[in-house]
Structures are given as structure tokens and as C-alpha cells.
Design a protein around this ligand. Structure first.
Ligand code: 0K2
Ligand code: SF4
Length: 332
């Protein structure tokens, strides 16, 4: 795609170039999780609670709140018997057990790729391994995975944590990763684990998901040409923050923005080429909004650089499969 949004300007030669990384924005797990809430709101005549942010995006959460979803931090804020949706990041077995005990009508928005990591955690722990989980403390996905086998999983957040590990049996060690980590950094963790534990039980791959990987590869393809990278995403979105860090590690300044209104004109001083991407939880409409806002600041040309096309789609859970589909592409 090559479009010019302000081609009537005489100073077109000086047009800023926007390089759009592709893929960017919503992944299949996020689309599924949001659609679950939208369908639940249509199908239930009673309130729909959502435990934690359904995905880590302020716009998505505000939008669903306006449409009636009630976001809570913990299940004790949900009345007995009410409908509650679990977020895309997954929950620990203890949360599921609590929901069952309270007779809650649970609709599970956990991404199937996160569910897969939980299953691996149970399998590795059951065979007697200590499981090293590479991830960020306090993140919902990590909390959920740790909860699968709390006595058998240890969390490492830095390569130094790996060096300091002292495990009961160094011959029985396996590893898991959060799904939204940086591909290059995670490879270093795994190398460090192999050095520390030569008999490490290898997995065919880490657990970084296809969407996280694709967004990093797509950004990598435009970083060098960009004077500035803008990442649309919220500050608590792990995969979005990883994109900002990736760009900065490679020497290109990068900023995380929730919306176009966060752009500071001073960032654009001397900038001819802007790399634009969005985390997996950031709506495509917000990227369009950023392109339009940059066009307001002067002539721009827009080029799409798609490194791969995503076709992944996840089935909805049976509880909402029959419910009416939401209207497509609500405007930002
Ligand atoms: O990147 P995060 O795990 O913080 O989550 P989001 O920003 O909500 O992106 C969707 C991923 C959800 C599960 O992996
Ligand atoms: Fe699933 Fe990956 Fe999307 Fe997370 S980022 S919801 S793991 S597809």
C-alpha cells in the first residue's frame, strides 16, 4: 500500500514517511477475548463482570465499560452466581476453584496459547521437574501459570536470576516462558539455562506466541529505516512495551502511545521517517487515528511493510458461540 494523505501540498518533497509494520495490532487471542465480552453483553440480561482488564488496553477497557461490562480486580467483587469473564491472560486453578465454589457463571477468555502453557506447566511438574518460568513478576499471565504448580515453578526475571538458581535436582529442570516476551532476550535466558543446567529438558520451542513473534519481526524490518518508532499500546501491555524496548536496543528512539493525542510534536523534530506499529491488544482504529494525526502535522506518505500474513483464528467458547455477533469495526 502506498498512499499520500496530503498530496496537494507544494512541499510534498519534504513529506514525512510513515512505515507501517505488518502484522501489528489485534492478534487472534485478543479478538476472541473481546468478542467473548461483546457477545456475553448481548446474550445475558444480567450484569457481565470481567476479572481484570480483558486485554491490557485502556481504550478497549473503556469502550467495553461504556457498553456495560463491569471490570473487577478479584472475584470477591462479583456477586454469587453472576456471570464473569476471565481475561485473555489466564487465571490460576485457585481462581477457577473459587469461581466454582461461588457458583459463578464463568466464560473463559483465556487465550488458547496461554492455556497451552498452563498444560505444559502441569505436565512438567507432574514428571518431577522444577520448572523455570521466564517472565515478569506480578503480570497476570505469570500469576496464572505459577498457580498451576506453585511448589514446582520458580520465576526468573533477569539472566542474573538464572545464575543464582539453586534447584533441588539439576538433572530435572525444564522451562516455560511468558507468551509476550522479547524473542532475542528470551534466547539469552535459555542459553544461560543450558549453561547452568546441562541436562535441561528442552522444549521444541519457547512459548512466545506467533503474534508476539510476528510483531517483533515486522518491527525489526523497519527499525533501521526509521528515525522514530511509535508503538500504539498501553503501558501495562507486555508485548507492546517489548516493541518499544526492541527499537531502543537497536538505537532507534521509540515511544509508547495510547492514542494519537499522546504524540508530542517535539518528538518529530528532524524526523523524516516514522516507524509505526501497535501491540497485540491495541485496536487497528487507533493506528489509523495516529496516521491521520501525523497527516495533520504536515504532508505524509504511508507505506505498509508486511513481513507475514496472519491467518490464526480461535473458536469462541460454547457459552457464547450461539450469541449474536457484535457489529464489526466500531470507530475509535
Ligand atoms: O502483552 P500482555 O501479556 O501484557 O497482554 P496484552 O497487552 O493484553 O496483549 C494480549 C496478550 C494477552 C495474552 O497473552
Ligand atoms: Fe494469545 Fe499471543 Fe495474543 Fe497473547 S499475544 S492473546 S498469547 S495470541
Amino acid at each position: 500500500m502506498a498512499t499520500t494523505s496530503s498530496d496537494a501540498h507544494p512541499e510534498d518533497d519534504a513529506a514525512r514517511r510513515i512505515l507501517l509494520a505488518g502484522p501489528r495490532s489485534f492478534c487472534a487471542g485478543v479478538e476472541r477475548a473481546i468478542e467473548i465480552v461483546e457477545r456475553a453483553l448481548r446474550a445475558r440480561s444480567t450484569p457481565v463482570y470481567v476479572r481484570k482488564q480483558i486485554v491490557h488496553n485502556a481504550y478497549v477497557v473503556d469502550d467495553l465499560s461504556r457498553r456495560g461490562a463491569i471490570f473487577v480486580e478479584e472475584l470477591d467483587e462479583v456477586p454469587d452466581g453472576a456471570t464473569v469473564v476471565f481475561s485473555a491472560h489466564g487465571v490460576s486453578p485457585a481462581v477457577r476453584a473459587e469461581a466454582t465454589r461461588r457458583g459463578l457463571d464463568v466464560i473463559d477468555g483465556t487465550c488458547p496459547l496461554v492455556t497451552k502453557v498452563h498444560a505444559k506447566a502441569r505436565r512438567f511438574a507432574a514428571r518431577g521437574d522444577t520448572v523455570v518460568l521466564i517472565g515478569h513478576a506480578g503480570h497476570e499471565e505469570v500469576e496464572g501459570t505459577l498457580g498451576e504448580a506453585p511448589d514446582s515453578i520458580v520465576l526468573v526475571e533477569t539472566p542474573k536470576d538464572v545464575q543464582e538458581l539453586s534447584l533441588p535436582d539439576p538433572r530435572r529442570v525444564s522451562y516455560l516462558t511468558q507468551t509476550t516476551l522479547a524473542v532475542d532476550e528470551t534466547a539469552e535466558f535459555v542459553d544461560a539455562l543450558r549453561v547452568q543446567f546441562p541436562m535441561l529438558h528442552e522444549s521444541p520451542s519457547d512459548d512466545i506466541c506467533y503474534a508476539t513473534t510476528n510483531r517483533q519481526h515486522a518491527l525489526n524490518a523497519i527499525i533501521e529505516e526509521s528515525d522514530l518508532v511509535l508503538v500504539v499500546g498501553s503501558t501495562n501491555s507486555s508485548n507492546s512495551v517489548r516493541l518499544v524496548e526492541l527499537s531502543r536496543r537497536q538505537g532507534t528512539p521509540a515511544e509508547l502511545i495510547d492514542r494519537a493525542s499522546d504524540i508530542r510534536p517535539s518528538w518529530l523534530d528532524g524526523v523524516r521517517t516514522i516507524g509505526l506499529t501497535a501491540g497485540a491488544s491495541a485496536p487497528p482504529a487507533l493506528v489509523n487515528e495516529v496516521v491521520a494525526a501525523l497527516g495533520e502535522l504536515g504532508p505524509v506518505s504511508v507505506e505498509e511493510r508486511e513481513v507475514t500474513r496472519e491467518t490464526t483464528h480461535f473458536e469462541l467458547p460454547p457459552a457464547v458461540r450461539g450469541a449474536a455477533a457484535p457489529p464489526s469495526d466500531p470507530p475509535a
